[in-house]
Design a protein around this ligand. Structure first.
Ligand SMILES: Nc1nc2c(ncn2[C@@H]2O[C@H](COP(=O)(O)OP(=O)(O)OP(=O)(O)O)[C@@H](O)[C@H]2O)c(=O)[nH]1
Ligand SMILES: [K+]
Ligand SMILES: [Mg+2]
Length: 443
C-alpha cells in the first residue's frame, strides 16, 4: 500500500507539502508529472497535472527519496505546491485514483519509520512532542529525547539485564553445575546497578510529564477574594466571570499559559465557604480536589477581610503562595503573623505588584524544573514500564537468593521486556496504536 497526506498545516499557506510513501511512489511522480523521476533528493520544478489528463493542477517542486534512505525507509516523495484548498484537493483526488494509493492514517509515516527500524519508540514520541511543543521548555525537552539520550540509558540498562539473563539461563541449562562465585557476584552487582538506576529515574517529581502536559497551578480561596479576577489577569483575557456576587464561580475553569517558556495550566475554582447549596458544595469539593493535584497553589484572600479559615490554613504548605488581593482597599498594616507567611500583596484592580506575583510563580517553577536536569521519563507509559521492571527485578533478586532459578529467570525476562518496551525493542504492537493515534495526519 502506498500512502499520501498533506504534511503541512491545513488552511491557506504559501506552500503545502504532500508526502507520499510506498512502492507506488515512483508511479505517482510519473503520472502526476507526465515525465521522468527527478534525481534523488534534488528539488526539481515540475508541472503537476491531473492523472490521465494534461490539465495542469499547479507547478511545484518534487523531491524524490528512494528507500531505504528516507524518513519511512520506503520509497518516498514530497510534492511542494501552492497551499490552497483547491490545489490540495485536486492533488489528493488525483493520487487517490492511482491503484494501491490511499490517504495516510494519523501518525502513519512515523509509524512506518519505527516499523522499518529508522527510529525507536522514544524518538517517535519525541517527534510528536516537538510537533506539539508550544513553549521553549517543551521544545528543549522534545529535542533532548530525540537526540537519543534517554534511549541510550534504557538500552544500557537493558543490556545489563540481558547479560544477567544469559548467565541465569546457562545455570538452568546445566543444573548440576554451580555458577562460579565471580559470576554470582557480577549478577548481583548488575542487578543492583539497574535497580538503583531505575529508582533514581523514577524519583523525578514527574518533571518530564509536567513539561509535556503543563505545570498545574490552582487558584483557591474564599468567595469574592478575586480568584477569577486573578485568572483573567494572568491569562490576559475574560476566561472566567467576575462579579461582586459571592459564589460566582462553580466549576473549575482552566487556561493554558506560557510563563517565561514554562507551560502551565491555571485553574480557577469555586470560592470556599460554608454553603447550603448542593451545587456550590459540589463546586467546593472540586476546588479541594484540585488543591490536592496542584503543583502550586495560589491562595487568594481579601486584604480587607483577612481571616484565613482552617481549611485554607491546611493548604498553605511549601507549594503555596498566599496572595493578598485588594491592596487598594487596605487602610492599615496587615497582621505581622500573616506577614511571616510566603505572601505577596497585590491589587488586581489597580494592577499593583502583579509583576511580583509572577516573579514568585516563576521562581517556584524554576526551582522545580531546574533541580532535575536528568529528565528521562516524559510519559506515564514509560513510568509504568519502569515500575513493572523494578518490581520484577526485586522479585528476581529474592528468588535468585533462594536458588529458585527457573522462576527468577522468568522475572528477569519480564523485567527486560518492560525496559525494552519503552524504547520499542520488543513486540509492541499493542501499544503502537495508542502512541501513533496521537499524531496528526501527514506526520
Ligand atoms: N477593590 C478591588 N476589587 C477587586 C480586586 N480584585 C477583584 N475585585 C472585585 O472583587 C469582586 C469579586 O471578584 P471575583 O474575581 O469574582 O472573585 P472570586 O474570588 O472569583 O469570587 P467567587 O467566584 O464568587 O468565589 C469583583 O467585584 C471584583 O471586581 C481588587 O484588587 N480590588
Ligand atoms: K464573585
Ligand atoms: Mg470566581
Amino acid at each position: 500500500m502506498t500512502i499520501f497526506a498533506l504534511s503541512t498545516g491545513p488552511g491557506i499557506s504559501g506552500i503545502a507539502i504532500i508526502r507520499v510513501s510506498g512502492v507506488e511512489t515512483k508511479k505517482v511522480i510519473k503520472l502526476l508529472t507526465n515525465g521522468t523521476i527527478p534525481e534523488p533528493r534534488i528539488a526539481t520544478l515540475k508541472k503537476i497535472n491531473k492523472i490521465n489528463s494534461s490539465e495542469l493542477i499547479d507547478e511545484g517542486i518534487i523531491l524524490w527519496f528512494p528507500g531505504p534512505e528516507s524518513y519511512t525507509g520506503e520509497d518516498m516523495a514530497e510534492i511542494h505546491v501552492h497551499g490552497s484548498k483547491a490545489v490540495i484537493d485536486a492533488l489528493h483526488a488525483s493520487i487517490s485514483k492511482i491503484e494501491n494509493c490511499r490517504m495516510a492514517e494519523p501518525g502513519e509515516f512515523t509509524r512506518l519509520a519505527f516499523q522499518n527500524g529508522k527510529i525507536n519508540l522514544l524518538k517517535a514520541e519525541s517527534i510528536a512532542d516537538l510537533i506539539s511543543a508550544e513553549t521553549e521548555i517543551q521544545r528543549q525537552q522534545a529535542i533532548k529525547i530525540m537526540s537519543g539520550k534517554s534511549a541510550d540509558k534504557f538500552n544500557e540498562l537493558r543490556g545489563k539485564l540481558l547479560k544477567i539473563l544469559s548467565n541465569v539461563e546457562a545455570k538452568i541449562d546445566f543444573p548440576d553445575e554451580d555458577l562460579p562465585d565471580d559470576i554470582l557476584k557480577e549478577i548481583k552487582k548488575n542487578s543492583n546497578y539497574v535497580l538503583q538506576n531505575i529508582e533514581k529515574i523514577l524519583d523525578d517529581q514527574k518533571v518530564g510529564e509536567r513539561i509535556r502536559e503543563g505545570f498545574k497551578i490552582t487558584i483557591l480561596g474564599p468567595t469574592n477574594a478575586g480568584k477569577s479576577s486573578l485568572l483573567n489577569c494572568l491569562s490576559n483575557r475574560e476566561a472566567a466571570i467576575v462579579s461582586e456576587i459571592a459564589g460566582t464561580t462553580r466549576d473549575v475553569i482552566e487556561t493554558h499559559l506560557n510563563i517565561d517558556g514554562y507551560p502551565v495550566i491555571v485553574s480557577d475554582t469555586a470560592g470556599i465557604r460554608e454553603s447550603k447549596s448542593e451545587i456550590e458544595k459540589k463546586g467546593i469539593k472540586l476546588s479541594l480536589n484540585r488543591a490536592d493535584e496542584a503543583d502550586l497553589k495560589l491562595i487568594v484572600v481579601d486584604a480587607k477581610n483577612l481571616v484565613i479559615s482552617d481549611v485554607l490554613k491546611g493548604l498553605l504548605d511549601q507549594n503555596a503562595i498566599l496572595v493578598i488581593n485588594k491592596l487598594d482597599l487596605l487602610e492599615e498594616d496587615i497582621d505581622p503573623e500573616i506577614k511571616k507567611l510566603n505572601h505577596v500583596l497585590i491589587s488586581i484592580k489597580e494592577n499593583l505588584n502583579i509583576d511580583q506575583l509572577i516573579l514568585k510563580i516563576k521562581k517556584n517553577l524554576k526551582n522545580k524544573f531546574i533541580k532535575n536536569d536528568n529528565i528521562l521519563i516524559t510519559r506515564e507509559r514509560h513510568r509504568q514500564h519502569l515500575k513493572q521492571c523494578l518490581n520484577h527485578l526485586k522479585s528476581f533478586n529474592e528468588k535468585n537468593e533462594v536458588d529458585d532459578f527457573d522462576k527468577a529467570a522468568e522475572d528477569l525476562r519480564l523485567a527486560t521486556r518492560n525496559l525494552g518496551m519503552i524504547v520499542g525493542k520488543v513486540d509492541v504492537e499493542e501499544i503502537l496504536d495508542s502512541i501513533f493515534n496521537d499524531f496528526c495526519i501527514g506526520k
